[in-house]
Design a protein. Structure first.
Lengths: 85, 604
């Protein structure tokens, strides 16, 4: 379980170009959007691409993203439940 | 007193290859949007408004061989050809050619195309038009996202009022390609049904392709009794986000007010608005807010995207033609896709036109907005009821002396300021690594930097160096006029790697947003709070003529009090950046010779 969380943090830092951040800087419960990690609307779209590309999950309704991407934990839980890769 | 008007127009769209045919189709509520099944554009069926290739080739074969020209070239050549055919004695050496496009012949990058990949360069597209008709002036290419067509009209009008030319052929066009379709799709921006601008359940854009051309002139002999004048134009940046529009409609609000002020028109005098209305949730909401802020909540408005789809580089130009004809015909055309049950789709009241209506019309407002936070507004007025009001006349404004106050170069892995090296690093050939090193050297602390494409990073580094000394002089009123050779081709190729192989088909929205050269204008605007006039030009080499003339006209007409202008070019690991600050004070007078000398200068 915790491997996936670390993996997600690494992926987010790399794919979203969060150069000044390290895995240790992102808490499992930190808000990804808004004041926490500070991701924006384009990052949200990139996360949707990442879900499909790396975990084989195609979001049928992109608005679902709001609930899935709250923090690393919610993301990891969703991926564990739905991944096909 | 000189005024600029639209002397002629030509539309090449799925609704017809003449402007008259197009208007008839609008009156009959015939949309160009159809369900398409084209695997070369999208793996699944989609809605779009496309020009039929055979129909186009047939029409084009009257003037040239369709096998020698790309689809886009055929469209643009037919559009320009129509106008030239009706004006055989137009003085070509006094006629500007202004070309508006976002992606041009982007498909020429594909190995499978029969055309040379040189055609992907936007100035080659303009050169094709130039040589086909033996036109005589250096083309001006405007590539500024979806406001390009409106901005091109604004630029043409400004140059005509300055006497740089007597006429201008302004032509714009774009295609629906896999590149563009996949990109907007990665933004979840494409509606699964035909788009519904301003409607409650709108869910995104429908793409379209079209070409449009107009002949702008200030020559009375070309005027007719109901010519439509371009009385006021303005552009402004939201300085908010590179893809999402300002929640307060800031840039659009500023543009509309500036255009109205130049035209000497009060908001209540606007009879009709041709909105951008792309049918995304955010765009239409932003427009409604901006119109409301100006006091236009009751003015009849439409979006033509329900008929044509979003035609990108053609859109503002095509829609201006329809708006002008609307004025001339005293007819309001419907906003297709909006019915009575669609009301309440935006948080401010909007008066959406639901069916063709005869009405006395005099003055129209055309607006457009685009990626990079750009916005443009045009005020159009029909001649026979034109007021004698004094426009904030260019003739009243005197050209004050303009100076090159400061400048920066970034080339050969050297960042230099006013000729003195600030930082150099020849240890790496990788542009991106050099950019990162500069960022650290300048101690920037701006996390957004790392998300930018390399071309934008170079632009931000140069701007940061340039403005350090002048921060207190910069205001949101500082204009930004940039240019380059390769538009966004460096990033375009990077984006294409995400869509080239069907087994690994993952278009990236974060890359796609940078496949427009004007995004660097947006990034600079956001960081430094610039909300004024902006433009992105593409030319084969640094065009001092164009930059000097355009900066001067912006300053003279008081659209701005300072201009940051220059060149930001990157392609295939080779780059060159030059920025200068132009103002009404300084030591070095702004002349073409001085600017060229400084551009070519080496660092110490």
């Amino acid at each position: 379980m915790s491997d996936l969380r670390t993996e997600l943090k690494e992926k987010i830092i790399e794919q979203l170009n969060l150069e000044d951040m390290e895995v240790a800087d992102i808490g499992d419960g930190d808000m990804l959007f808004g004041d926490g990690v500070g991701l924006d609307s384009i990052d949200a779209l990139e996360l949707i691409v990442m879900l499909e590309k790396d975990y084989g999950i195609k979001l049928t309704d992109p608005k679902e993203g709001k609930k899935i991407f709250v923090n690393i934990s919610t993301m990891a839980d969703y991926i564990e439940a739905n991944r096909t890769k | 007193m000189k005024k600029v008007f639209i002397a002629d127009d030509q539309l090449i769209t799925p609704l017809g290859f003449s402007s008259e045919e197009n208007i008839r189709a609008l009156k009959n509520k015939c949309s160009g949007i159809k369900k398409q099944s084209q695997k070369s554009i999208s793996p699944t069926d989609f809605y779009a408004s496309l020009i039929e290739n055979d129909q186009l080739a047939n029409a084009f074969s009257v003037i040239g061989n369709p096998e020698h020209y790309t689809k886009l070239e055929q469209m643009l050549l037919l559009a320009v050809g129509g106008i030239l055919q009706r004006h055989p004695s137009l003085a070509l050496e006094k006629t500007a050619l202004i070309v508006s496009t976002t992606k041009g012949n982007i498909e020429a990058l594909d190995e499978n195309t029969p055309f040379s990949n040189k055609k992907a360069k936007l100035y080659e597209l303009a050169a094709t038009i130039l040589s086909f008709f033996n036109l005589k002036t250096e083309p001006i290419i405007v590539s500024n996202a979806c406001i390009s067509g409106g901005l091109a009209i604004s630029i043409g009008k400004r140059f005509l009022l300055e006497g740089k030319h007597d006429h201008a052929i302004v032509v714009g066009g774009d295609l629906v390609s896999e590149f563009i379709f996949s990109g907007f799709n990665s933004f979840q921006a494409i509606s699964t049904e035909p788009c519904k601008p301003f409607a409650k359940n709108r869910s995104g854009i429908t793409l379209g392709e079209a070409a449009a051309a107009i002949l702008l002139s200030c020559d009375n002999t070309l005027q007719s009794e109901n010519s439509v004048f371009v009385l006021g134009t303005a552009s402004a940046n939201d300085a908010n986000h590179i893809s999402g529009p300002s929640r307060t409609g800031e840039g659009l609000f500023l543009s509309i007010n500036s255009a109205l002020e130049e035209a000497g028109i009060a908001p209540q005098e606007i009879d009709y608005i041709s909105a951008h209305g792309t049918a995304t949730v955010f765009n239409d909401e932003m427009e409604a807010i901006a119109f409301d802020r100006v006091g236009l909540f009751d003015t009849p408005l439409n979006s033509l995207k329900g008929f044509y789809g979003h035609t990108l580089g053609a859109s503002a130009l095509l829609e201006t033609v329809v708006a002008a004809r609307s004025l001339q015909n005293d007819e309001l055309y419907p906003s297709l896709g909006f019915d009575s049950e669609d009301a309440g789709g935006v948080s401010k009241p909007v008066n959406v036109i639901s069916s063709t209506e005869k009405r006395k019309l005099k003055t129209a407002l055309k607006t457009a907005s685009g990626f990079g936070g750009c916005n443009v507004a045009l005020v159009l007025q029909k001649a026979n009821l034109a007021t004698e009001k004094q426009i904030v006349s260019v003739e009243e404004n005197k050209q004050q002396a303009v100076f090159i106050q400061d400048y920066v170069h970034l080339k050969d892995n050297v960042l230099s300021h006013a000729g003195k090296t600030v930082y150099s690093d020849d240890s790496t050939k990788e542009v991106n690594l050099f950019a990162k090193a500069c960022y650290e050297q300048l101690e920037m602390k701006y996390p957004k930097f790392h998300k930018m494409d390399t071309q934008c990073k170079l632009g931000i580094l140069a701007t940061e160096t340039l403005v350090k000394k002048h921060r207190k002089h910069l205001s949101e009123n500082t204009a930004l006029v940039l240019s380059n050779n390769a538009s966004s081709l460096d990033t375009d190729e990077k984006y294409m790697t995400g869509i080239q192989h069907k087994e690994n088909y993952f278009p990236s929205p974060a890359v796609f947003v940078y496949t427009l050269p004007n995004i660097v204008l947006g990034e600079i605007s956001i960081k430094y709070g610039l909300k004024s006039e902006q433009a992105f030009f593409v030319s084969e080499t640094f065009d001092a003529d164009l930059l000097v003339d355009y900066a001067k006209v912006l300053l003279k007409t008081k659209k701005t009090d300072r201009v940051i202008c220059g060149w930001i070019d990157l392609y295939n690991h080779s780059y060159c950046v030059f920025l200068c600050l132009l103002s009404l004070e300084g030591k070095t007078p702004l002349t073409k010779e001085n600017l060229t000398t400084i551009y070519n200068q080496n660092y110490e």
